[in-house]
Design a protein around this ligand. Structure first.
Ligand SMILES: *Cc1c(COP(=O)(O)O)cnc(C)c1O
Length: 456
């Protein structure tokens, strides 16, 4: 291919994907089904209906339909901030003096600052279409809550966000963005739910956790007429919506005859990575082409690299269904010095199965090296990356440096999931030289594993 590759590859509106791709359809070993925590039987449509809206339950349970139409209303919303640019990292390549070709797909080009808006608008749309009044959710770092607030404001849906209390206090600006978009933000644990009151009684003064906020949000949804609960990662439906990332990337690369050798993404619950790799993974599963896929996770929350492949609770309150996934146990909480996000204890069932089947690799990295990579990237490519995204940057740089050693001109693609403007507290720690690394010992991980439910 001799067409010169531009710095940014955009797609025309007419070239935008009109369907999401369901990689489960091409998987020989399907991800294990969600189990009902009471009966340990696979969750049925009827089991899931009180919690999630109907169309999303259908998507959650659909392991066979390869392409699912994106409704026109969602396509229209996507047009406000998509296509996301695919960038050839010429400046980074030069700085690293590598023969490698580096590309990144930048998802930070919207007010919420991350890829999460891709699924937020889809979930809000289906709730609206079902005639619901509103949705409830939890948010930790705040990106998901912000994305959902934007989507709900656009569609005129009520949005109730349970925000982990320490985050609510530490990130007041995130909270205000959500309120600006009309969301009701409640610090969790709160007095507004039974489970919140119970937790407060047992642990007065607790600063909250994601698991607890999930339990409150689920209770709020099931106790209010016309409400459903929505989740920003982990679930099959979320991964499906995020395939817009990979489909756009592939369309842009195909235009210029670019074929990546290695595709890298950060992994929290697995939605951006799953979305980025899905169309490429489909080719691999169908035997059409081979790629290397690398999931990058924090060494302080190493679900893939040190977790167990087992059924586990999705939340700390153990009210949600059980999912079979690589997990550190629902009781696992990363060390207090961990600043880089990606702190969920488990991983998408789809990615867990692909990893288990040897179709994908995983690497864990320490946070100071992640912030070093973030800084290096910001200084040459201009974008201030989210700490989460910087996990992928770190490994992409490492791969490019290997190419410098071997002289190979590999094509490296990574997902740049968002911007880091609300993470300056973490950057400040790094800039002050106060950031430390902590890798949990086997002893540290043991209680989480001991708490795994016994499902054969
Ligand atoms: C939430 C988030 C992630 C991690 O979530 P996944 O579901 O694993 O994609 C990564 N980057 C950013 C910027 C995020 O907001």
């Amino acid at each position: 291919m001799n067409k010169e590759i531009p710095y940014k590859i955009y797609l025309e509106e007419s070239e935008l994907p009109r369907q999401w791709y369901n990689v489960r359809a091409d998987m020989k070993n399907k991800p294990a089904p969600l189990l009902n925590p009471a009966t340990l039987k696979p969750m049925t449509f009827e089991d899931l209906r009180p919690v999630f809206c109907d169309e999303l339950v259908r998507q959650e349970l659909d392991d066979t339909t390869p392409y699912i139409d994106i409704p026109q209303e969602i396509l229209d919303f996507y047009k406000m901030y998509r296509p996301a640019p695919l960038v050839r990292a010429y400046c980074l390549e030069k700085k690293l003096d590598t023969p490698a070709h580096i590309y990144y797909k930048f998802e930070g080009n919207n007010t919420s600052g991350s890829h999460k808006l891709n699924s937020a608008i889809a979930q809000a749309y289906y709730a609206k279409k079902q005639g619901l009044t509103g949705v409830t959710t939890e948010t930790g770092a705040g990106q998901w809550g912000t994305a959902l607030s934007m989507a709900c404001a656009y569609l005129g849906l009520d949005c109730q966000v349970y925000m982990v209390k320490c985050s609510y206090e530490q990130k007041p600006f995130r909270r205000e963005v959500m309120r600006t978009y009309g969301a009701k933000v409640t610090p969790s644990p709160s007095e507004t739910t039974e489970v919140g009151r119970k937790i407060l009684a047992e642990h007065p003064g607790t600063s909250g956790s994601l698991g607890c906020a999930i339990s409150e949000a689920v209770e709020a949804a099931t106790h209010q007429e016309g409400y459903r609960y929505v989740l920003g990662s982990v679930l099959n439906q979320v991964l499906l919506h995020q395939t817009i990332i990979g489909l756009e990337t592939k369309a842009a690369m195909d235009k210029y005859g670019i074929v990546p050798d290695v595709i890298i993404g950060c992994a929290g619950g697995g939605s951006n990575l799953g979305g980025l790799i899905s169309p490429f993974m489909g080719e691999k599963l169908r035997g059409e082409r081979d790629y290397r896929f690398i999931a990058v996770e924090p060494a302080s929350c190493p679900s893939f690299t040190r977790g167990k492949f087992a059924y586990d609770y999705c939340d700390t309150g153990m009210v949600c269904p059980l999912a079979k996934m690589y997990t550190l146990g629902s009781g696992f909480i990363p060390s207090a010095n961990h600043a880089g996000g990606l702190r969920y204890h488990g991983m998408s069932s789809v990615l867990s199965q692909l990893y288990h089947d040897g179709l994908m690799e995983a690497i864990s990295v320490e946070q100071t090296s992640v912030f070093q990579a973030a800084e290096q990237f910001a200084r040459v490519e201009g974008i201030l990356p989210a700490p989460e995204s910087s996990h992928a940057i770190k490994v992409a740089i490492d791969e490019a440096l290997k190419c410098r050693e071997t002289g190979e001109a590999k094509t490296i693609l990574f997902g740049l999931t968002g911007t880091g403007y609300f993470d300056m507290y973490a950057y400040e720690k790094f800039n002050n030289g106060e950031m430390t690394d902590y890798i949990p010992t086997d002893e540290d991980l043991k209680p989480g594993f001991d708490g795994l439910p016994h499902v054969e």
